[in-house]
Ligand binder design. Structure first.
Ligand SMILES: [Zn+2]
Ligand SMILES: [Zn+2]
Length: 247
């Protein structure tokens, strides 16, 4: 997937003028409503800004910083400073002040799993998940290859429904008779709002974390019991792992 580079928002006037990178980023054209809508002028402004960054020698470090995001389109922007000390001697090992970074901020990958939020991070997440599952099935990445002979179960747990909703059931239309397009605001909303159990839906979601915690505790206990093991020894024989699926 091609990396989508986005220049970070320039630092505001709160950044000291002496800080690296701040000065060229502040010299932008006035952003009036007349030229805001012009893609051509926007491109010209961006080119001019890039040229100034390049002339001042900031472009390469900035490109390196943005490149480390791996194409993340919604990086988390952190500001502040961090100092690492040797606890024994008190000696300063390193000091990081985000104002001195090329972008004036520490940029971190958003790590979002949704393609609509961040294509690059969601792709990386999918690859990582695949590699993790593959290693669990056939070995590799510190997992012995003997796991390939182990029995395993993939169980999908679905939250309860509280009434029929508009959906896209494959090749057939929705119960309402319509073929809903992606992004149709009706999708996921009740077919019959008068009969939908809103109270049940709210209560279930409010208690979902506690329900899940109890479920996982009991599942481990039940599996150990069924295998004639204690919960402590179960971990030498079986691994339980969970992956939330958000749709
Ligand atoms: Zn991202
Ligand atoms: Zn429908």
């Amino acid at each position: 997937m091609p990396a989508q580079l986005q220049l970070p928002t320039p630092a505001t006037t709160s950044t000291p003028a002496s800080a690296a990178f701040a000065a060229p980023a502040l010299t932008t054209s006035p952003d009036t409503s007349a030229n805001r809508n012009s893609a051509l002028e926007r491109r010209a402004r961006l080119t001019a800004r890039l040229a100034k960054l390049a002339a001042a020698g900031y472009l390469a470090p900035l490109a390196r910083q943005i490149g480390s995001l791996g194409g993340c389109t919604r990086p988390i922007r952190m500001t502040g400073h961090r100092t690492r000390l040797d606890t024994a001697t008190g000696q300063i090992l390193d000091h990081l002040d985000t104002r001195h970074l090329p972008a004036g901020e520490l940029l971190l990958r958003c790590g979002n799993r949704r393609t609509t939020r961040c294509p690059a991070c969601s792709t990386l997440y999918r690859y990582d998940t695949y590699q993790l599952i593959a290693a669990g099935l056939r070995g590799g990445k510190t997992i012995p290859t003997s796991v390939a002979t182990h029995p395993r179960v993939f169980a999908t747990l679905t939250a309860p429904g509280f009434g029929p909703v508009h959906n896209q059931p494959g090749t057939t239309p929705c119960t309402c008779g319509t073929r809903h397009a992606d992004g149709d605001p009706l999708l996921g909303t009740p077919l019959n709002p008068q009969r939908y159990d809103y109270t049940g839906a709210v209560l279930w979601n409010a208690h979902a974390p506690a329900l899940w915690a109890r479920f996982t505790t009991h599942l481990r206990r039940e599996i150990a019991n069924a295998a004639g093991l204690t919960q402590r020894t179960l971990r030498h024989h079986a691994t339980l792992s969970y992956e939330p699926l958000r749709v």
